[in-house]
Design a protein around this ligand. Structure first.
Ligand code: NDP
Length: 479
């Protein structure tokens, strides 16, 4: 049977665009539909604008540090409008690059929503039905907001790049990547940030010692971080709110959550915590996880299994229960990272169009959390490794030269987890400014199976922070 296309991709984010243009580059007839902006979460409302905000936010500390180094500089307030307008221009530019990449590879673009009609059919929002030999679902994910009274007053990472004004006081809910990254960003931009996380320590799933070091560093930089605390209720203060007229908010907050500023005023958001505290904020950000974008996509109707979190269930080759339908990226809820989605897209093309069945390798993926201080990590945590086999832990915590000279107390953490049996480095965890850049390189060694002795054979680069990775001689503990 002749189809309209060899491949129809639904979703123009990092994974979908890469798969579409590589397949088209190899001679396949390819179409792609995108209902929102080309570039997807990473480019439009994720990694890229976030990283630019990280850069913007580090200048407040840089001005201060410059003075510690003898510069006579004075810093003014951050101009959100000037930054935002530049950011929007940059995102427009990147979106057009993505569109051009597709056009230049001969991919036909449909800028509208598409749903799966059957194993080989796609229905566009305008009612047109297209057929394809293979369908690739790359629709990504979206933020989840917990249900509670007033939760519609909060924003998510989707909205944070579009704020009309920066809030004076902001509450961030969550303790994952996005919550912790934005706590640092907003603090650096001059916003008073309070962060509530329901668990005992932020960044669940990462190395415990690193989590502690990051939490300490975030607090030292001004984030008012409360663990064991969640939000229960929120409401917008009105002009004559009787509750708010009766007592200053601070009087009703337990000591740990006390807010000593002026009492709430109309337009602000009043929140109540699970620990009984009541506070007011100008903005509340929910960074409480993301879920796959499969709602109304027609997957189940076409026979694709949809999992409990709404994910498209696929095998190691990204193939669903329907042999002609594949899915990659966040919609599969495997590893929610852009480079992983891109690799899944490439593996999909090799499997389907290049006659080379390629399972996606999800082992030893290095990643960075752009907290302040930054976190770079690859491999097993100490806790995971010691459950698996006998290990040695090499770790050092020290004041980096640059900060020490400036008179700051902040500490850097460098940590290696080593197998006692094979001597392989099973995990590497770095909490330091620039840790994201460092872990990319350490990740090569760890992925290659380097042993502790291989690390030791490498001459130190002096004076750097990362030289500690090759100079740690004695384990701090074995387990
Ligand atoms: P995460 O899964 O990392 O974190 C979600 C946080 O929200 C957790 O702390 C979780 O708590 C908490 N939470 C979940 N439900 C509730 C609730 N009902 N009430 C209160 N708190 C709740 O999700 P993010 O949204 O931060 O990020 C999504 C994914 O995007 C990440 O997992 C990551 O893969 C990716 N990402 C990667 C980045 C990078 O590479 N630098 C940057 C940003 C995102 P608990 O721990 O108790 O479950």
């Amino acid at each position: 049977m002749a189809y309209d296309y060899d491949l129809f991709v639904i979703g123009g984010g990092s994974g979908g665009v890469r798969a579409a243009r590589v397949a088209a580059g190899g001679g396949a007839k390819v179409a792609l539909a995108e209902e929102d902006r080309y570039g997807g979460t990473c480019v439009i409302r994720g990694c890229v604008p976030k990283k630019l905000m990280v850069f913007a936010s580090t200048y407040s500390a840089a001005f201060e540090e410059a003075r510690d180094y003898g510069w006579e500089v004075s810093s003014g307030p951050f101009n959100w409008h000037a930054f935002k307008s530049k950011l929007e221009d940059e995102l427009d530019r990147l979106e057009s690059v993505y569109q051009r990449l597709l056009d230049n590879s001969g991919v036909e673009r449909f800028s509208q929503r598409a749903t799966v009609k059957s194993a080989h059919e796609i229905e566009l929002a305008d009612g047109t039905v297209k057929s394809a030999e293979t369908i690739l679902v790359a629709t990504g994910g979206r933020p989840v907001v917990p249900e509670m009274p007033g939760s519609e007053l909060g924003i998510t990472s989707n909205e944070i790049f579009h704020l009309d004004e920066l809030p004076k006081r902001m509450l961030i809910i969550g303790g994952g990547y996005i919550a912790c990254e934005f706590a640092g960003i907003m603090t650096g931009l001059g916003v008073e940030v309070c962060q509530w996380y329901r668990g005992a320590q932020i960044l669940r799933g990462f190395d415990d010692e690193a989590r502690g070091a990051i939490a300490d560093g975030m607090r030292a930089r001004g984030v008012d971080l409360h663990t064991g605390t969640n939000i229960m209720e929120m409401k917008r203060l009105g002009d004559h709110d009787p509750d708010m007229d009766s007592a200053p908010i601070g009087d009703r907050a337990p000591q740990a959550l006390r807010y000593d500023g002026p009492r709430g005023k109309a337009g602000q958001i009043w929140v109540k915590s699970t620990t009984g505290g009541e506070m007011v904020f100008d903005q509340v950000l929910f960074a409480t996880g993301r879920m796959p974008n499969t709602e109304g996509l027609g997957l189940a109707r076409a026979g694709v299994e949809v999992g409990r979190r709404g994910e498209a269930v696929v095998d190691a080759y990204s193939r669903s229960a329907v042999p002609s339908i594949y899915a990659i990226g966040d919609v599969t809820n495997r590893v929610q990272l852009t480079p992983v989605a891109i690799r899944e897209g490439m593996a999909f093309v090799d499997t389907v169009f290049n006659d080379t069945p390629t399972a996606v390798d999800h082992e030893l993926i290095p990643s960075a959390v752009f907290t302040q201080p930054e976190f770079g990590t690859v491999g097993l945590t100490e806790e995971e490794a010691r459950d698996q086999e006998p290990i040695e832990v090499y770790a050092t915590s020290f004041r980096a030269m640059r900060q020490a000279f400036a008179g700051h107390d902040e500490r850097v953490l460098m940590k290696l987890i080593v197998s006692q049996a094979t001597r392989r480095v099973l995990g590497c965890h770095i909490v330091a400014d620039g840790a994201g850049e460092m872990i990319q390189l350490a990740g090569i060694a760890v992925k290659m199976g380097a042993t502790k002795e291989d690390f030791d054979r490498v001459c130190a680069v002096h004076p750097t922070m990362s030289e500690e990775l090759v100079t740690m001689k004695t384990p701090v503990r074995t387990a």
